[in-house]
Ligand binder design. Structure first.
Ligand SMILES: Nc1ncnc2c1ncn2[C@@H]1O[C@H](COP(=O)(O)OP(=O)(O)OP(=O)(O)O)[C@@H](O)[C@H]1O
Ligand SMILES: [Mg+2]
Length: 314
């Protein structure tokens, strides 16, 4: 730094100064890369085959329940077509990741605080735009996103419905994927379609797939639905996703949605909210058992895997 202080002593000093600056920038980059590698941030994608099965409600209520357990959560609206998680949460998103990509907004202008320890990050078309960036542009956006690494323990992605490539790349990129289905035969069939497209249960690290049965009439019905999907996967694909748990069909979810409230908050003792609490405990128990990821994880790694998949699949 001494050369910076002695600037103004001719061309040599200026050259030294430029060298110093380059070194500082490079050190900063190295530090960010290093931080990404040692990250403890977990990424959880919420997927379904059929639409309207409750992905968004599960994502939001899980975020709140995890926050109640002391976790800091960023909820990424990763619905590439109809990003409207803000409406479900009773807030209004003015900006999304696209504004970060173009550099017109800062991350803190895009993030929406939903409550203590929960932030909403509207993704929208910005996620696709990220995949189109060149290396330099990508690094710039990664650097901007890196502050999330210090602000969050878990990144939850609420995806759009359907077995299209964008959705599948979220599942490939995330540490864990929750596949949501209802007991309806069409939803069950489409859930199986997702499992098949993902290449089975995908029990290799980084591609863990877990079933969640939503709108179940009873615990037994949910188990029976999950077992049917698991057996078909086992028989035809050679492996099967694990069953994480269920959420009962509960009118309070619909009532909360209509009044733009988060059911987990507006109806905290409802049967659906109790199911979410159980699911959350199960997730935390699973994560406790696997504290140290083998391969590099974290936000940078997640977005790298995501954008790489977007590239490959188009
Ligand atoms: N456990 C439940 N009990 C009763 N109704 C529910 C339950 N979960 C979701 N719903 C109803 O299903 C509707 C759709 O839920 P949600 O928007 O979360 O689904 P989604 O899978 O995110 O839909 P999309 O595929 O359009 O993104 C909600 O508006 C609500 O009325
Ligand atoms: Mg949704």
């Amino acid at each position: 730094m001494s050369t910076v202080l002695s600037a103004g002593n001719g061309p040599t000093a200026l050259l030294d100064q430029a060298g110093d600056l380059r070194r500082i920038v490079e050190e900063k980059r190295q530090e960010l890369r290093h931080r990404g590698r040692g990250s403890h941030l977990r990424t959880l994608a919420v997927l379904s085959g059929k639409g309207g099965v409750g992905k968004s409600n599960v994502s939001v209520s899980l975020s709140c329940a995890l926050a109640d357990q002391g976790k800091r959560v960023v909820l990424l609206d990763a619905d590439l077509g109809m990003a409207n998680l803000d409406i479900l949460c009773g807030v209004s998103a003015k900006y999304n990741l696209s504004h970060l990509v173009t550099g017109s907004r800062e991350l803190n202008e895009i993030l929406i605080p939903l409550e203590k320890r929960v932030f909403l990050l509207p993704g929208g078309v910005g996620l696709k735009e990220m995949a189109d960036l060149d290396d330099e542009g990508m690094e710039r956006v990664f650097d901007l996103l890196m502050t999330l690494e210090d602000q969050a323990d878990i990144l939850i992605l609420d995806t759009g419905a359907g077995i299209h490539k964008g959705v599948l790349s979220f599942a490939h990129a995330a540490d864990m994927t929750l596949l949501v289905t209802t007991p309806e035969p069409t939803s069950v069939r489409d859930a199986y379609g997702v499992i098949k497209s993902l290449g089975g249960g995908g029990q290799k690290p980084g591609e863990e797939l877990m079933l969640v049965v939503n709108m179940a009439g009873s615990r037994d019905e949910a188990r029976e639905v999950a077992e049917r999907i698991r057996m078909a996967s086992m028989q035809f694909l050679g492996n099967a996703p694990a069953y994480l748990g269920y959420i009962l069909r509960d009118d309070s979810v619909e009532r909360a949605v209509r009044s733009r409230k988060i059911f987990y908050r507006s109806h905290p003792s409802s049967s659906a909210a109790n199911c979410i609490k159980r699911l959350t405990n199960e997730l935390l128990r699973l994560w406790e058992g696997r504290p140290v990821p083998v391969e590099p994880k974290g936000l940078r790694s997640f977005f790298l895997r995501l954008t790489r998949n977007f590239f490959v699949e188009r």
